[in-house]
Design a protein around this ligand. Sequence first.
Ligand code: PLP
Length: 445
Amino acid sequence: YEDDSFLPGMPPFDYSPPPYVGPSAADILAKRRKFLSPSLFHFYGKPLHLVDGMKQYLFDVEGRRYLDAFGGIATVCCGHCHPEVVKAIIEQTCRLQHATILYLNAAITNFAEALASKMPGNLKVVFFTNSGTEANELAMMMARLYTGCHDMISLRNSYHGNAAGTMGATGQRVWKFNIVQTGVHHALNPDPYRGIFGSDGEKYAKDIEEVIEFGTSGRVAGFISEAIQGVGGIVELAPGYLPAVYSSIKKAGGLTIADEVQCGFARAGSHFWGFESQGVVPDIVTMAKGIGNGIPLGAVVTTPEVAEVLTQHSYFNTFGGNPVCTAAGLAVLNVIEKEKLQENAHLVGFHLKRRLSLLMDKYEVIGDVRGRGLILGVELVKDRKLKTPAKDEASRVMEIMKDKGVLIGRGGIYSNVFRITPPLCFTKDDADYLVDVMDYALSKV
Ligand code: PLP
């Protein structure tokens, strides 16, 4: 496009943030440099100074509106500052901010009950944590305790967290440090776009049998995987993969763990949990991100039989099950139901994916469009046959989109995949605006 005059303008939105009184971006940046770890200097291009949020929109210090199609990294599922979530947080904060699970408090049990009602099979026992990392650490520890085995299997290209155990399970060099991370074997990733067996899930599943045969004593503690890899660049596991793998893991005496931190909680649209699209029921499910709409909260849900292992040990954490966080969690579940956010994710996601796919006819640089619901990926390549990653192009497109008020994320081991994970209240008009802006930005690179 010669210019951006064809762009329709952002969909109207009836909210004006209050005027901002506070330090400037330069002051904040200077303090970050002085007081925060340098590892936190990971911006996409020029950092934005954001001061307000409402539903699917963010506002910068000058009151400029941005369509948030990254959703705080797939976290803000009901939308920023959803009034019902905010109300639940304020009410609980005023009554009792902190209790620990040593005492009785209904905020904790009400949410545990509601969460259990969203689970299939006999997954009824909830442990609350503070993050996804902690949930996965606990899940892997439970599998090891339950089976008496140490060997776990995870997938290449996965992301499961940043503590020693979960870093071990993670299958991407960039997220691993050279510290002790024992006992996890990484199997072939059933990636329909880049994997060697294309979309044949059952062929990839054979690799798990080989990993068990050649890398373990024949018995394993368990298998952990996302159903749609988020950080790895929105890779939906090839169909038929999980049923075959779950059966091999069972035969080897292990437990199956579904990491739903990113793809769970209605985001996948067609189902509430990502693993449901493959028709399996895991032994343990972990979650975080969307569960609290941005409030620090995670959970592990398992069967009474598996949960029993922890009764022989003193497992406890100070903040797990904090009543303010669980009150937020309950409000999130109610909003998802009341506003039919799962159905919205399904319908808007379907429309968005179809429109993104049409861009492939226009731009050779798009190698793949994938995902489901409102967890979608667009992979940029320099050459469709060789699939050479187009990282710089991806970064330039994102900057142009940001300039036009649309925020998306990036991921994949080559950093060349757009991650589109907006709040689940994203509308069809928002989706159209995002695609028009991406179309314009792609025309410029
Ligand atoms: N598991 C998955 C699939 C994730 O995407 C993440 C975070 O991005 C985690 C686990 C770790 O969660 P947290 O950052 O809350 O520790």
